[in-house]
Design a protein. Structure first.
Length: 303
């Protein structure tokens, strides 16, 4: 028996890339899987029912159980249908994996309001919509797992991704709030920052040697390496794991810290702008966060 035997897992954006691998492994571990995919392009355009149906067929041929849902997570009614399909087809919902998303990378001074809204809508609002739909069921049954996908583009930083970075950092805050609010009901919520080659990553410009080298390194990180952590977090093996941020990079798994105070100073008579400049800033400057990007922090080849 797999670790997800008898469980029902909904995976958004499961028609391709990382989401596909998550759905396949959860099914192999015994879960009945809702394979959600609206079928958009890497830039969030179009609509194709093929990817979700193909994954369902692949799961069925391997002896698993799955059902295709073609709704957009940006539509609250569509997001609700993902959870309702799980309950109607398989009798319950045990985990939701908020993986759906796309990129519209632009350097900050060229980013349009449309590109901002579209990316925030699918990543952040999509995670909210699906999670909100699952919450009444999780609360009533006294169990459930929210698994949200964040990114080191937000956790650490990257060029040309203000919309994506903002949405992915906001997902961390969403997950933390869910974890704190739902702990009393036995419900947990965690984040994963994946390193894996996908069609979304393939859209990142590589117009200089450093970026080309980065993308070549990313190609060595297959999407299936992300799936075991998702299966673990969806299972009862993780019943005491909540409010955490993980990352997966090929065969490496990381636990991320959260923002916490680094240094503090006190003045009994209060601060002025000048005393901040003269005393506080010189004292804490050595602990300032650096202007480092995710590719620079994770500079070694994936293990």
């Amino acid at each position: 028996m797999g670790i997800l035997e008898g469980r029902v897992v909904a995976v958004t954006g499961a028609g391709r890339g990382i989401g596909r691998e998550l759905a396949l492994l959860c099914a192999r571990e015994g879960a009945s899987v809702i394979v959600n995919d609206y079928g958009v392009s890497a830039a969030g355009e179009g609509n194709d029912e093929g990817p979700a149906s193909e994954v369902v067929d692949e799961i069925a041929k391997a002896g698993g159980t799955a059902y295709a849902n073609l709704a957009s997570v940006t539509d609250p009614a569509g997001a609700t249908s993902i959870v309702e399909d799980a309950v109607q087809k398989f009798g319950r919902i045990d985990a939701v994996v908020n993986n759906a998303g796309f990129l519209r990378d632009r350097i900050w001074h060229k980013m349009s309001l449309e590109d901002w809204r579209a990316v925030v809508d699918v990543h952040l609002n999509g995670a909210f919509n699906v999670s909100k739909a699952a919450t009444p069921y999780f609360r009533e049954q006294g169990s459930g797992s929210f698994i949200h996908f964040t990114s080191t583009s937000g956790l650490i930083g990257n060029l040309g991704q203000a919309n994506y970075s903002a949405a992915k950092m906001a997902i961390v805050g969403l997950s933390q709030s869910i974890a704190l609010d739902m702990q009393r009901f036995g419900v947990r919520s965690n984040c994963i920052a994946p390193f894996a080659w996908s069609r979304m990553i393939a859209t990142i410009p590589s117009d200089n040697p450093d970026e080309q080298k980065r993308l070549e390194r990313m190609q060595a990180m297959s999407a299936d390496k992300i799936a075991p952590l998702v299966a673990f977090l969806a299972s009862d093996l993780s019943k005491d794991v909540t409010n955490q941020i993980f990352a997966v990079r090929k065969n490496e798994i990381f636990l991320f810290s959260k923002p916490r105070p680094v240094r503090a100073m006190h003045r009994s008579d209060g601060w002025t702008a000048q005393s901040i400049a003269d005393e506080f800033i010189p004292a804490v400057r050595s602990d300032f966060a650096s202007m480092i990007r995710s590719p620079e922090l994770f500079s070694w080849d994936p293990v």
